[in-house]
Design a protein. Structure first.
Lengths: 326, 275
């Protein structure tokens, strides 16, 4: 089977029947047939190198360059790394900034913290939905229909979805009106929208679908006979979840979490909409420094964001080995 | 007719509980958008929140006047053209790549991870890298050149994964049979392979279209002098938020949904035929 799995990247779509053995054998035997691989991969490879690899590598290179009034000049300067990590008075026990990380590190930290909170909320909100679709809904047709219903908002603009929270959470929004009407508060509260609360709500609503999809697929792959067998042996629903469903859905959880993690750490548009530009995320910092033409420093910020993301993905993959499951 | 055992009651209760949760969830993800839709018909003197002060098409009309929200129609046209270009390129590239991956080849792993990197890199990073690079090279960014370049990078992994899934369940014996009867590679592709994978190609194209049409982060620094629709929406958000924005949001959402229905329609027809 190992030879076969090399040829078939099952991908994230999953839950298809295994191709039958004869078809697989036919595929392996005639590797010399079909269009030449070179022609099939060359156009896309050139595109990927020019517009993905080169820009990413150039961020690394530009982060060491110097910013002169005439523009960027090639150099090997750590000036902007210093600016990123070091603040005046960091080593001075007398100063009030003693051992206080720089504002950039703190922004990155708060971005990561928000990402973590949103990831957990998406998991808590999304998991039961995926479970419901995969386990409770019997007919495949209904499964698909109800699943697509959840996915539809993913295809609409997330800027619009962020702003759509305004009539709900804004100062004169429905929730404030309800609170005023019930006499719980005597003037409108503003923490609902232009706040961490509003930001988190908007993020969860936008990104929760990304957790439902992968979890749904991995739950749908579970053989119902196993659950049946466990029930027959007298397992309680909780035991079934802990021993079978939970562990078997972990790859889906991991993929969903990676998706959400990646999307939200680089997020800046929602923050701009909800906060009105008052609070920074790692993404807005990068754009701000680009805006004032400090390109090397924007590149340093981008690199640190990338580094944090790679570490985060490695941590998730450490917890769950998805390659084994794909 | 099965008896109503306690076990059956329990299952029914659990199912009902989950169903209620599902409905609440739908309210959560659709509710705000629905409120926005209703408020876009706000009366002339109404604001961006309930209650409605009358009912009018005032804000929708404002949407059609070019002066109020920048160059909305132009931006929408550009976004559609860009999305169509991304759609074609994504469908083409993902089909070609997935076909190449049916055979083992050197560095296929490297290529696989490079494609998926496009999915993992935050838009703002790619945008930044391209923008600084273009500046150094003295090339001007534009939505149809640099914008197109990074949109394809974003959409390609989705289309590629779809096509990989399609070829995973593809019966290669059909192509074999055609070859044995003396068909050359082009004939095999045209007569056998392509008709069978068409639903997948359409799905890959749909990913390309919708992902590009809504993309904001990757275009921010790369669209040049002219805006795409998401950039235009963002620009109008930085001004005072008015119900016009809700009308714009509703229009944009309806357009997205329309595109999905069109694609689903094509998909159903093709899928039926291929069976």
């Amino acid at each position: 089977m190992s030879k076969v799995s090399e040829l078939h990247h099952t991908g994230l779509i999953g839950s298809q029947p295994e191709p039958d053995e004869a078809a697989v054998q036919a595929k392996i035997r005639h590797t010399e047939e079909g269009f030449a691989t070179v022609w099939l991969i060359t156009p896309a490879t050139i595109w990927l190198v020019l517009f993905l690899v080169v820009p990413l590598v150039s961020i690394v290179i530009f982060s060491f360059w110097e910013n002169t009034p005439q523009g960027l000049s090639p150099a090997f300067s750590l000036e902007f790394y210093g600016e990123y990590f070091y603040t005046k008075g960091f080593f001075d026990p007398e100063a009030d900034r003693f051992l206080l990380p720089s504002v950039f590190i703190r922004t990155l930290g708060s971005t990561l913290y928000f990402t973590l909170v949103t990831m957990l909320l998406c998991l808590i909100v999304g998991y039961p939905i995926a479970y419901f679709l995969a386990m409770q809904v019997q007919a495949f047709k209904w499964q698909l229909a109800l699943f697509l219903l959840c996915m539809v908002p993913f295809w609409t603009s997330y800027l619009i979805r962020a702003v759509a929270w305004l009539p709900m959470l804004g100062r004169r929004g429905l929730i404030n009106q309800a609170l005023l009407g019930m006499g719980i508060v005597d003037k409108p509260v503003s923490f609902l929208f232009y706040s961490e609360f509003g930001y988190t709500m908007a993020l969860v609503q936008i990104y929760v679908v990304l957790s439902i999809g992968p979890i749904f697929f991995s739950l749908a792959k579970i053989d119902k006979d196993i659950i049946e067998a466990a029930t027959d042996m007298g397992a309680t629903p909780f035991q079934i979840f802990r021993e079978i469903i939970g562990p078997m859905s972990l790859p889906g959880v991991a993929i969903g979490m990676i998706f959400i993690f990646v999307m939200i750490t680089g997020e800046f548009a929602t923050a701009v909409v909800v906060y009105g530009g008052k609070t920074s995320t790692a993404g807005t910092v990068i754009l701000n420094y680009y805006g004032i033409a400090n390109y090397p420093f924007a590149a340093v910020n981008a690199l640190m964001l990338m580094l944090a993301m790679v570490i985060g993905i490695i941590v998730i993959l450490r917890i769950v080995d998805i390659r084994k499951e794909l | 007719m099965a008896r109503w055992t306690p076990e059956r009651w329990r299952k029914l209760r659990v199912k009902t509980g989950f169903s209620i949760y599902y409905v609440i969830f739908l309210l959560f993800i659709y509710g705000p958008m629905f409120a926005m839709f209703v408020l876009s018909f706000q009366g002339r003197r109404g604001g961006t929140s309930f209650p409605m002060r009358g009912f009018s098409l005032y804000w929708w009309n404002k949407l059609l006047e070019p002066s109020t929200v920048g160059d909305m129609q132009g931006a929408m046209g550009r976004s559609i053209i860009l999305a169509l270009m991304v759609m074609v390129i994504t469908a083409l590239f993902s089909t070609m790549l997935a076909m190449a991956f049916r055979k083992a080849f050197l560095f296929s792993n490297v290529l696989f991870y490079t494609i998926l990197t496009g999915l993992m890199v935050p838009g703002v990073l790619l945008s930044l890298g391209m923008a600084i690079l273009l500046r150094q090279l003295g090339l001007p960014p534009a939505w149809y050149s640099s914008g197109l370049a990074v949109h394809v990078i974003w959409a390609l992994p989705f289309g590629y994964l779809v096509m990989m899934a399609v070829f995973n369940r593809f019966d290669a014996r059909l192509e074999e049979a055609a070859r044995d009867m003396g068909a050359d590679e082009w004939t095999v592709f045209k007569e056998v392979t392509f008709p069978l994978i068409t639903p997948g190609v359409v799905a890959a194209g749909l990913f390309g279209f919708t992902l590009s049409y809504d993309e904001f982060a990757r275009t921010t620094l790369l669209s040049g002098a002219e805006n795409t629709l998401p950039l235009d929406i963002n620009a109008s958000m930085t001004q005072r938020i008015r119900p016009t924005l809700f009308a714009l949001g509703t229009a944009s959402t309806i357009f997205s949904l329309l595109m999905i229905s069109v694609f689903l329609g094509i998909y159903t027809i093709l899928f039926r035929r291929s069976r």
